[in-house]
Design a protein around this ligand. Structure first.
Ligand code: MG
Length: 162
């Protein structure tokens, strides 16, 4: 079985008056993340990890922020598209592991809903999707609640011409 590995990182600053969307789930909070799309840093990091498995560039190359079509876009669209690019190369998502760095809000209650969303977008079994969160003990930009950072690792397996 041929397995390939990719990693991705994304960071967005908080902004008042925006919805907080992570992993395709709207999370109740006093502010959201700023960005051209819905600023879903979980999905953006995951897209970059999946693209990285096959050296397909990054999310900004495939969906440029300068393109008005992506303004306020639901990032689940990007994840479905990226999954399609992976499949077009004869591979499919195999397993993902995501770490969210956030001082607040508490992420863990929302993990099952995020796993369900990511599962649906990638056609991947929920048992192959790991999402976890940590604070940075009040240090750095995440600790000062200036924004949220996300790290993601993905593996894909060859499904054609094995
Ligand atoms: Mg982003």
């Amino acid at each position: 079985m041929t397995i390939r590995v990719g990693q991705g990182v994304d960071v967005h600053p908080f902004k008042e008056g925006r919805d907080l969307v992570l992993g395709g789930v709207k999370i109740p909070h006093d502010r959201g993340l700023e960005g051209h799309s819905d600023a879903d840093a979980v999905i953006h990091a995951l897209c970059d990890a999946l693209l990285g498995t096959l050296a397909l560039g990054d999310i900004g190359r495939h969906f440029p922020p300068s393109d008005p079509r992506y303004r306020g876009k639901d990032s689940r669209f990007f994840l479905r598209e990226v999954t399609g690019l992976v499949r077009a190369k004869g591979f499919s998502p195999h397993q993902v592991d995501v770490t969210i760095l956030a001082e607040r809000p508490k992420i863990s209650p929302h993990v099952p809903a995020m796993v369900a969303e990511l599962s649906s977008c990638m056609g991947l079994d929920p048992s192959d999707i790991s999402i976890k969160a940590t604070t940075t003990e009040r240090m750095g930009f995440t600790g000062r609640e200036e924004g949220i950072a996300v790290w993601a690792v993905a593996t894909v397996r060859k499904t054609e011409g094995r």
